[in-house]
Design a binder for this molecule. Structure first.
Ligand SMILES: [Mg+2]
Length: 444
């Protein structure tokens, strides 16, 4: 049986989603004017996340700083991101895909694979189904997608990247020579800027050039593993399946670029606690424990350093993880280098085996577990801001935005959005954290 795979990719997702939501509320269509989704322009962390086609004509690119985009196009309309909306739009269009495909794999917030293999009786003409899916999403949800069709997952993904927006393209194995090979190397999946540069220096300009180059030569240019992979991809070799269930997470991580370089322990600890708080609560929501904690920092000159520690006992307790995070950070940082970015990740996961039986009465630990449970529950009921650590209360730190958004959305769908204002319920405060601020008690 010939495999048949659709890759559905939302066109400039964040911008389209914001635009369609505005249009449905009777506002102007952002897609018709130079506009972009981006961070706050006064902060250097503000980058362009998505742009409209008119903005693209001014040379505005995804990933560039908001300041630089405004220099290119002073009238650029910049809208801040809204992850709650994105999660909802993402679920909505994948719901439509699920009506047609027996197996749908979410690949990212704005992309999914539909495995249409074996549906030829149901849908004798696969092209017309693709158009139906595309047009139905546009009609019912108000935004456009591209659909790439192939017998290979990789090629379907590459096909959806052909001409945009609102298009259906095929790229079957027997079409690679005609449709894929003339393209420049950087349009091959997995080829980033630096790989493309290395290839061009070796006079390899198109995907066809990669396919015709001896694998061993490619390996000397980009490394053994990447060289083999590039050659396979260029030849359309890909045996991966569309999987309906997502692989269980291998780890949880979160990082944040700081608004200004941090040079003091106290400030670094505050950020590390916020990161630990976010990543640990995400892990607990999946019922996992971490056996390894790592901390990363990027210095002002863009050098990344990280340090990790395996735990003797896997844990999901925020305060225990934070102790390790602090210890790792103290070992890693020379207390002088300006810090530009901090990150925390949790790996070596094991499934939480339910209630842990403690042979020794450990009051501190039990209290910490209870605190985490109470925090998670309050956040689950009233939203991520319902409970704030005292050390962030004066100057809130926003990390893990996507997770916060999904939590807040879950809350607003339970309560109706008017009801979800945490302040209305009385903001609770935990004073738990830093020895530096002298507060040690836990109040709930
Ligand atoms: Mg997209």
């Amino acid at each position: 049986m010939r495999r048949l795979i659709f890759h559905v990719d939302v066109n400039s997702a964040f911008l389209s989603w914001e635009a369609s939501s505005r249009v449905s509320r009777g506002m102007d269509d952002l897609r018709l004017v130079p506009s972009a989704i981006g961070g706050e322009k006064d902060k250097r962390t503000g980058v362009i996340l998505a742009k409209s086609i008119p903005a693209k004509k001014y040379g505005v690119t995804t990933g560039e700083s908001v300041a630089s985009a405004l220099r290119k196009c002073p009238e650029l309309l910049i809208v801040p991101p809204d992850f709650v909306l994105y999660q909802k739009c993402s679920r909505d269009f994948m719901e439509i895909c699920r009506i047609y495909a027996p197996v749908v794999e979410k690949f990212s917030i704005d992309e999914c694979f539909m495995d249409m293999s074996g549906t030829s009786r149901l849908y004798p003409d696969f092209l017309s189904v693709a158009f139906e899916v595309k047009d139905r999403i546009k009609r019912e949800l108000g935004f456009t997608v591209n659909i790439g069709i192939s017998d290979k997952r990789l090629l379907a993904k590459m096909a959806s990247d052909f001409e945009k927006p609102d298009k259906v393209h095929t790229l079957f194995s027997d079409e690679t020579e005609k449709k894929l090979w003339p393209l420049p190397v950087d349009s091959l999946f997995s080829v980033g800027k630096s790989t493309a540069e290395k290839l061009r220096r070796a006079c390899i300009f198109t995907i066809g050039d990669i396919a015709r180059t001896d694998t061993r030569l490619l390996q000397t240019i980009v490394g053994v593993k990447a060289g083999q992979q590039l050659h396979d991809f260029a030849c359309g070799i890909d045996t991966s399946e569309v999987s309906g269930t997502r692989d269980e997470a291998k780890g949880y991580s979160v990082s944040t670029t700081l608004e200004k370089d941090v040079t003091e322990y106290r400030e670094a600890y505050r950020v590390l606690l916020a990161l630990t708080d976010s990543v640990a609560s995400r892990m607990r929501a999946d019922g996992m424990n971490a056996g390894c904690v790592s901390v990363t920092f990027r210095s002002g000159d863009f050098k990344d350093r990280s340090h990790q520690k395996r735990l003797y006992d896997a844990t999901d307790i925020t305060s225990e993880i934070y102790e390790t995070v602090k210890q790792l950070f103290n070992e890693l940082w020379d207390s002088g280098t300006p810090i530009r970015l901090l990150g925390v990740s949790l790996t070596n996961l094991s499934r939480n085996a339910g209630e842990q039986i403690s042979f020794f009465h450990d009051e501190k630990r039990e209290r910490a577990i209870k605190t985490d449970r109470a925090v998670d529950e309050l956040r689950g009921r009233f939203g991520s801001d319902a409970i704030v650590r005292a050390s962030f209360y004066q100057a809130p730190i926003h990390v893990g935005k996507k997770y916060k958004a999904s939590l807040d959305e879950a809350v607003s769908s339970q309560h109706g959005s008017d009801d979800a204002d945490p302040k209305a319920k009385g903001v609770q405060e935990i004073t738990e954290g830093l020895p530096e601020n002298g507060k040690k008690s836990i109040q709930l």
